[in-house]
Design a protein around this ligand. Structure first.
Ligand SMILES: C[S@@+](CC[C@H](N)C(=O)[O-])C[C@H]1O[C@@H](n2cnc3c(N)ncnc32)[C@H](O)[C@@H]1O
Length: 269
């Protein structure tokens, strides 16, 4: 049931950027820790990490909960799974399993996990209601699902500049339109999958960055969105975008607001 074009190009884009991922997105790693810090205090043993990437969420789980014994990481990107293995293997007493697949195709058991986490991955899932139902099915009764993802208004300053440059990168612009979710939408997915929402909140941060660091973050998290353009058009687009960002940057760098949604829900026991 995979979206052939979308999943393959996302997987290829993430694999290409995987060696640079952790250095470029330290904010994602910190967001994963804040999500895990908010989970109900329990003796989770079996963890499912969907869109696991290089393992930020799983590592946060293992660090907070010494009870964790088995972690299954699911991701369509082989390069990101290599990073996951490298990060998680040193946890000698935790059994790590990797599933190279998208959420729609993942071969994981039903009723099998005490916790399922999604850290900055849910927004890439092409069918969100189905994905939520699939993950709910994988949870054991009374299991917990938790996610952090971009919220509405994320990277608004960048998106405004992106919309002004020619030739336009329609895939990138479209993803800003389509990816972020509201709290009510998230509640709808969770309740539609038969889950009981325990907590649901937004965080909005002011960030400053160099233009280079900002564009590097975009390259590692959304590099595949440039693949729809011819290389010379992409080059012109990036040059124009960079110039606008430099103009917009103040003495403290390029300033923007980043919005994250956090959700925690439970499968009724
Ligand atoms: C921004 S990274 C987040 C990685 C990691 N969870 C973290 O917190 O750093 C998004 C991840 O979602 C994965 N992904 C994209 N589409 C997916 C899909 N349909 N199903 C599962 N994972 C997907 C990507 O390959 C990538 O590793």
């Amino acid at each position: 049931m995979t979206d052939v074009v979308t999943s393959h190009s996302i997987a290829a884009g993430y694999s290409e950027a995987a060696p640079d991922y952790d250095a470029a997105v330290h904010y994602n790693l910190e967001g994963a820790r804040r999500l895990v810090a908010a989970l109900p205090d329990r003796g989770y043993r079996r963890v499912l990490d969907v869109g696991c990437g290089t393992g930020a969420g799983s590592l946060a789980m293992a660090n907070r909960f010494p009870s964790v014994r088995e972690i299954t990481g699911v991701d369509p990107s082989a390069g990101m799974l290599d990073g996951f293995r490298a990060r998680l293997d040193p946890l000698g007493d935790v059994r790590v399993s990797l599933v190279e697949a998208g959420v729609d195709d993942m071969a994981v058991a039903d009723d099998a996990f005490d916790a399922a986490i999604m850290t900055m991955s849910f927004h890439w899932f092409p069918r969100k209601s189905e994905a939520t139902r699939r993950i709910a099915r994988a949870l054991a009764p009374d299991g917990i699902v938790a996610a952090v993802l971009p919220g509405r208004g994320v990277d608004e300053e960048f998106r405004r500049l992106l919309a002004e440059v020619e030739p336009p990168n329609m895939a990138f612009l479209g993803s800003f339109q389509a990816a972020p979710r509201s709290l009510h939408q998230m509640e709808g997915y969770l309740e539609g999958a038969g889950l009981e929402v325990l907590d649901l909140w937004t965080e909005r941060r002011l960030r400053r960055s160099t233009v280079d660091a900002y564009l590097e973050r975009m390259r590692v998290v959304a590099g595949h969105l440039g693949r729809a353009m011819a290389p010379d058009a992409l080059e012109r687009n990036l040059t124009a975008l960079r110039a606008r960002m430099e103009d917009a940057a103040g003495p403290r760098g390029f300033e923007y607001e980043f919005c994250k949604l956090f959700v925690i829900a439970r499968r009724p026991g």
